[in-house]
Design a protein around this ligand. Structure first.
Ligand SMILES: [Zn+2]
Ligand SMILES: [Zn+2]
Ligand SMILES: [Zn+2]
Ligand SMILES: [Zn+2]
Length: 556
């Protein structure tokens, strides 16, 4: 057998199925993909709404809640308390499969009727005091945390695990930590802010690719250094004078430092990829991983391909988020699961296919909202033998309709295309989206014009506790936002000025700094070096990109 060239049924471009891919598809018994990796990713992301929230009522207790689903969304929504309670029974929605109709059509109708979680989290079950979080489990005292687990006292955080006391950060997987602010892909740091691709930092600010440093400010590519400013060694006294002259407790001071640091960063070479403790990996932002390819922002990936944003993934392909899983394929967050194929938020489960929101289940096909269920199809339980036979019959049916092996279709997503993560990586105009038959949300909720406080004190030291009663206005998009008590406490403790931008604008800036889940084949920019590599730095970017060998010679 050798690698095979295929034409993507969606974008009509060529893609390659590599030699080792065949054995994976064979092992999990799925046909070869008909979409290229990029189109498969777009299709999955069109099912991920992680950041667009609405006020609406719970369809069971009628309480006012926050949800991913707009009030006009036909999906039945229960608040977390109701969804996880015994006040309803998802098995009561059980129905027979209709062999005269395609699977996806029936599944969509079924999914809209079975109540979904307002926000995908386990608050009150595995998590404590963490109501306003999305795709979060096993966490405590968290607010506006998205796509993370085992978190404590974190706010406005996305993509990570095991982090304590972090605000406005992305891609952190530390088992310790504290006082982390505006950190991107940085591990095991303490009391550090405005840092990226850096590990084991203590009391550092504005650092990029630094390791094992303490008290460093505006540095790039340092190893085990102390009292450095712009990559130059200072005495403790000099360092402290420089640092205090920047007034990082003030918004104006932070903005000045940010601007200067961005300029300084561009004068230093960057490593082609942020791969830390990795063996035989191709991708970006990988830590402690091996034998993985086209993988982005994953901690501990092993034999993983075409995946992004995960923690401890093994032998799996095509995942848009996932943790502690094995042999999963085409899924959104199949956490703690094995053999979850084509699933959305199927947790702690085994042998699950084409299912949504199933928890602690085994052997289910086309199921929604089940807990502790076995051998079920469209939420109806069967004897084991009967289940196996019926499942095979449905798979045969789906092969005839061209559905088996494909993830759910974009047009059937519960969300408007512009509400989902697909919009960030594969932006479309409303006309384009509607032209493809995708949904569009015209009324993305945002509050404007209710501002009560226009002038925020420059220094956090001058900010009164009453600021938590005020409505602030984003300096970029004019959206209103608020500061919560816990957040103010954090800013005061770590001497961080009140942000002038809303959560969405802050998030957008972080996404931009982190870079895309995409690779380009490029050549090392060091004069005389002919090494090539796969990098997530697009060719038109201003950064100087070096191969591993040339970069190692540059760092201190
Ligand atoms: Zn394609
Ligand atoms: Zn409720
Ligand atoms: Zn904004
Ligand atoms: Zn080189």
């Amino acid at each position: 057998m050798k690698s095979e060239n295929k034409i993507c049924q969606n974008c009509k471009k060529d893609f390659i199925i590599e030699l080792d891919d065949f054995s994976f598809y064979e092992k999990i018994k799925v046909p070869l993909p008909t979409f290229c990796p990029e189109c498969r990713r777009q299709r999955r992301l069109s099912y991920r709404n992680d950041f667009v929230f609405y006020n609406r009522v719970c369809d069971l207790c009628k309480r006012n809640i926050i949800s991913l689903y707009s009030p006009s969304n036909p999906q039945i929504i229960y608040c977390n308390k109701c969804w996880w309670s015994d006040n309803w029974d998802s098995k009561s929605y059980a129905k027979d499969f209709d062999f005269t109709r395609p699977f996806f059509e029936q599944f969509k109708e079924f999914r809209e009727k079975v109540p979904a979680l307002a926000l995908t989290n386990d608050n009150g079950v595995g998590s404590i005091n963490s109501e306003y979080v999305q795709d979060v489990a096993y966490s405590k005292d968290c607010y506006m945390v998205m796509v993370a687990w085992k978190m404590e006292n974190c706010m406005y955080f996305s993509y990570g695990s095991g982090v304590k006391d972090a605000v406005d950060s992305m891609g952190v997987f530390s088992r310790n930590g504290g006082g982390i602010y505006e950190a991107i892909q940085s591990q095991e740091c303490f009391g550090s802010k405005y840092i990226q691709n850096s590990n084991q930092l203590i009391d550092c600010s504005f650092c990029y690719d630094c390791r094992g440093c303490s008290n460093c400010f505006m540095c790039v590519g340092l190893r085990n250094k102390k009292f450095f400013f712009k990559n130059e060694e200072k005495t403790k006294k000099e360092y402290e004078e420089i640092l205090s002259s920047y007034k990082l407790d003030c918004w104006s001071g932070v903005e000045k430092a940010r601007e200067e640091f961005e300029e300084f960063k561009l004068t230093k070479p960057h490593k082609f990829a942020n791969l830390v403790n990795c063996l035989n990996c191709l991708g970006e932002n990988l830590t402690n991983s091996k034998n993985s390819k086209d993988v982005f922002n994953v901690h501990k990936a092993e034999d993983v391909k075409y995946s992004e944003n995960g923690d401890t993934e093994k032998d799996s392909y095509d995942l848009s988020v996932g943790g502690e899983l094995e042999k999963c394929y085409e899924g959104l967050t199949p956490d703690n699961s094995t053999f979850a194929l084509f699933t959305n938020y199927v947790w702690k489960s085994l042998d699950m296919t084409y299912s949504d929101f199933c928890m602690s289940c085994q052997n289910c096909f086309g199921c929604v909202g089940l807990k502790h269920a076995r051998y079920s199809i469209f939420n109806k339980e069967y004897e084991k033998e009967e289940y196996m036979k019926l499942k095979e019959r449905i798979i045969e049916h789906m092969k005839k309709t061209g559905e088996y092996g494909e993830f759910f279709q974009i047009k059937d997503s519960p969300f408007g295309y512009n509400e989902t993560m697909a919009m960030i990586s594969f932006p479309l105009t409303k006309e384009e989206a509607l032209g493809h038959g995708y949904k569009w949300q015209d009324n993305v909720q945002q509050t404007k014009g209710k501002t009560t406080l226009f002038k925020i004190p420059d220094s956090i030291k001058e900010v009164n506790d009453s600021i938590t009663d005020e409505i602030l206005e984003c300096q970029i998009c004019k959206r209103n936002y608020k500061i919560i008590d816990n957040e103010l406490k954090f800013y005061k403790k770590w001497s961080i000025p009140i942000p002038r931008y809303c959560f969405y604008c802050r998030l957008e800036k972080r996404f931009k700094l982190r870079g895309p889940s995409k690779l380009w084949h490029r050549k090392c920019m060091k004069k005389g070096c002919n090494n090539t590599f796969e990098t997530s730095y697009a060719p038109e970017l201003p950064e100087i990109i070096y191969c591993e060998r040339c970069y190692q010679k540059e760092i201190y």
